[in-house]
Design a protein around this ligand. Structure first.
Ligand code: HEM
Length: 414
């Protein structure tokens, strides 16, 4: 069999490593030339228009129960080895459909409310302050490793009530899982690393859950262990899966919201100055960062029946990728979509999803980003990108973030 040339199989270059620097020109062409098309290397339909992505999120014929996609093409023997991974992922709300999704999300939402997250705001302010204090007196700072990475790790760890010294172990497991979940089609090595991460995550949480059952403490883990509705509790596997999912969901996404948003601002100094002068615009600015350069570029579904999207016939069992990052740049929905504009009026981006799976941690991610930008602007209003800095991106098509973001701080405001 002759291999299909890459320029035919992947006409918009999504899999090309160079595309990490700028996936957006490829999305713009996709929106113009083939808004719904089959991508051979990923074995999936890519859906890019705002209207189609929005409808796709709400369409119950597009299933979230899709963990089989991770083990597609594996031998029976490998599949057996991967069972613990499949078991853990199968109880993430992210990979469930109604009615199991509705029940589990309802129980988690009891413990993880926007009000509870808002109550964390002062603690998040203090943590950002501590991380910035560590840069006091320095000329330069590396934003990803010194601020954007540690902040979400500490916040989700404290929220769950995990010992502080464990946070880097948890981060490593979470990164290993990202390799599995953030790619169109994971390699054997990524699946194996994901399996090891799950085994370690579960062993770690099993002990803590047992402790919280007998001696509840004032944290999210205890709240989850004791979350109950009509005599219905989370099972042991659901607890393990939910802890894994929250830790995972709470890490890289927020890191990349801070990194991508700051880079966008530093490349548009007039927007930085506008925000420094009018900090009340910050909540809207964070929405614009989410729209402009999303930490999560797409998500997957599986067609439950034969159906049609944007004039294309999709068959039962086929994979459908909802390309939020492309939808956010759809000129049919957003005026001048390639422009960063913190005063933009239409802010309903697709970055946090839509419909039944709308991001559970949205409020938390927003608060962390708002407080980080507020503190950076207040303390370092002359912050600049380090001249000549090379910007390398995480090697993933699905998760978009910088490996490092070196800045020159400028004089600290008193
Ligand atoms: C700030 C940046 C974030 C982005 C861009 C983001 C993005 C998303 C997206 C796109 C979805 C929907 C996926 C789908 O429908 O297939 C989602 C769901 C979810 N997110 Fe986030 N997220 C962020 C922050 C967080 C945080 C901080 C947490 C937790 C601490 C979190 C936990 C979750 C969970 C648990 C779900 C699954 C909800 C469900 O299945 O019902 N996320 N997120």
């Amino acid at each position: 069999m002759t291999a299909i040339p890459m320029e035919v199989a992947d006409p918009f270059g999504l899999l090309h490593p160079e595309r990490r620097k700028d996936p957006y020109s490829g999305y713009a062409r996709m929106l113009r030339e083939a808004p719904v098309h089959f991508c051979e290397p990923w074995g999936a339909w890519l859906v890019s228009r705002y209207a189609d992505v929005n409808a796709g999120f709400r369409d119950l014929r597009l299933l979230s129960a899709r963990t089989g996609q991770f083990s597609a093409g594996m031998s029976e023997e490998v599949r057996k080895m991967m069972e613990p991974l499949a078991r853990n992922l199968s109880s993430w709300t992210l990979f469930l459909d109604a009615p199991s999704h509705t029940r589990l999300r309802g129980l988690i939402s009891k413990a993880f409310t926007p009000r509870m997250m808002e109550a964390l705001r002062p603690r998040i302010q203090a943590l950002v302050g501590e991380l910035l204090d560590a840069a006091r007196g320095k000329e330069r700072m590396e934003i990803i490793s010194e601020l954007a990475n540690p902040l979400p790790v500490i916040v989700i760890g404290e929220l769950l009530g995990l010992p502080r010294e464990d946070r880097y172990r948890l981060k490593r497991w979470s990164d290993q899982l990202a390799g599995l979940i953030g790619t169109g089609r994971p390699t054997q090595e990524q699946v194996t690393a994901g399996l090891n991460a799950i085994l370690e995550f579960e062993a770690y949480f099993r002990t803590l859950i047992a402790q919280r059952r007998t001696a509840p403490t004032n944290d999210l883990l205890s709240a989850l262990v004791h979350a109950e509705e009509k005599g219905n509790l989370l099972s042991e596997q659901e607890l393990l899966s939910t802890c894994t999912m929250l830790l995972f969901g709470g890490h890289e996404t927020t890191t990349n919201l801070i990194g991508n948003g700051l880079l966008a601002l530093l490349r548009h100094p007039e927007q930085w100055e506008l925000l420094c002068a009018s900090p009340e615009l910050l909540p809207d600015a964070v929405e614009e960062f989410l729209r402009y350069d999303p930490p999560v570029q797409f998500t997957n579904r599986e067609a439950a029946v034969d159906m049609e999207i944007g004039g294309q016939a999709i068959r039962k069992g086929e994979r459908v990728m909802l390309m939020m990052a492309a939808a956010n740049r759809d000129p049919a929905h957003f005026k001048d979509p390639d422009r960063l504009d913190v005063r933009r009026e239409e802010l309903r981006h697709m970055t946090l999803g839509m419909g039944p799976h709308y991001c559970l941690g949205a409020a938390l991610g927003r608060i962390e980003a708002q407080e980080t930008f507020a503190a950076l602007m207040r303390r370092f209003p002359r912050l600049k990108l380090e001249p000549g800095a090379t910007l390398d991106w995480v090697d993933s098509a699905g998760f978009r973030g910088l490996l490092s973001l070196p800045v020159v701080l400028g004089a600290e405001a008193r």
